[in-house]
Design a protein around this ligand. Structure first.
Ligand code: IPE
Ligand code: IPE
Ligand code: MG
Length: 261
């Protein structure tokens, strides 16, 4: 059950304190990435922004390989935000085109490597063929267990919470749920990420230090690592370095943490 998996994850997270001195700290179970800087990467080279996005897809492939190598169970990539519709129509079309290409070209490979694909975000209002491709990607890889690749597409954290609030309100209106029954687990189970643990580590590239409407609810206790590299330059070493920084952090979850234990 969704509520149970959330609870199990929280129990795991609090137990993730450093063990004996020789045991390396655990790798994060869930790494979420705000892939930023494609446009600047291109601009620095006098190239069109679309070329930056194209090279950004290559960086996504590297990130998936790195996650598999590092033994990370969940990798979320922020690929199109609810607010990215504010960009010129041509750029929006380029980004939609790249998603199509990514699913068509990479799905078989992802499947062969045991990657389960999950999409979060608003499906309504997307071009029909994109909605169908997203469904195909999820269905084809549903039984894979090595890595879950969560693609945040047409995603906004606040919009997700609004959709969850509506679903809960509907359940109350229809008599399936009492208002007093709404708690942390109920809300978490109404989000797109109902079966996905909260991110342990959020990485943002390009030097920007903001959240930009990413996983608003889920990042309440995530560790953040901001790196100056532009997304098309992101590689295995950058991923491993961010994980290393995470492993040096003392996660306290409001308690007293490792020093006090
Ligand atoms: C990230 O790169 C990709 C998306 C947001 C879709 P940007 O396109 O935001 O690149 P910059 O921030 O303009 O450099
Ligand atoms: C965040 O990057 C969204 C994605 C990476 C998909 P943006 O480039 O859209 O964020 P802002 O506008 O700089 O905050
Ligand atoms: Mg940007």
């Amino acid at each position: 059950m969704a509520g149970d998996s959330k609870t199990a994850f929280l129990a795991g997270a609090t137990e993730a304190a450093p063990g004996p001195a020789h045991a390396p700290p655990p790798v994060p179970a869930h790494v979420a990435i705000i892939m930023d800087g494609n446009g600047r990467w291109a601009a620095r080279r006098g190239l069109p922004r679309a070329e930056g996005h194209r090279r950004g897809v290559e960086a996504v492939r590297r990130a998936v390989r790195a996650a598999l190598d590092l033994g990370i169970a969940y990798l979320t990539v922020y690929s199109f935000s609810s607010e990215n519709w504010r960009r010129p129509a041509t750029e929006v079309a380029d980004l939609m085109g790249l998603l199509r290409l990514f699913v068509r070209r990479d799905l078989a490979d992802l499947d062969a490597n045991g990657v389960r694909v999950r999409i979060i975000g608003e499906r309504e209002g997307l071009p029909g063929d994109i909605a169908a491709l997203l469904r195909e990607a999820e269905e084809r890889t549903a039984r894979n267990t090595r890595l879950t690749l969560v693609v945040a597409f047409n995603y906004g954290g606040r919009q997700e919470i609004v959709r969850a609030a509506r679903a809960l309100a509907r359940a109350v209106q229809e008599g399936r749920l009492a208002p007093e029954e709404i708690g942390l687990d109920t809300v978490a189970a109404a989000l797109d990420t109902r079966d996905i643990p909260d991110p342990d580590l959020v990485i943002r590239t390009s030097g920007e230090q903001r959240v930009s409407n990413f996983l608003t609810w889920q990042t309440a206790y995530s560790e953040f690592v901001f790196i100056p590299d532009l997304w098309p330059d992101f590689d295995h070493a950058a991923f491993a370095a961010a994980v290393g920084e995470y492993q040096g952090r003392d996660r306290r979850f409001g308690g007293l943490g490792a020093q006090a234990r």
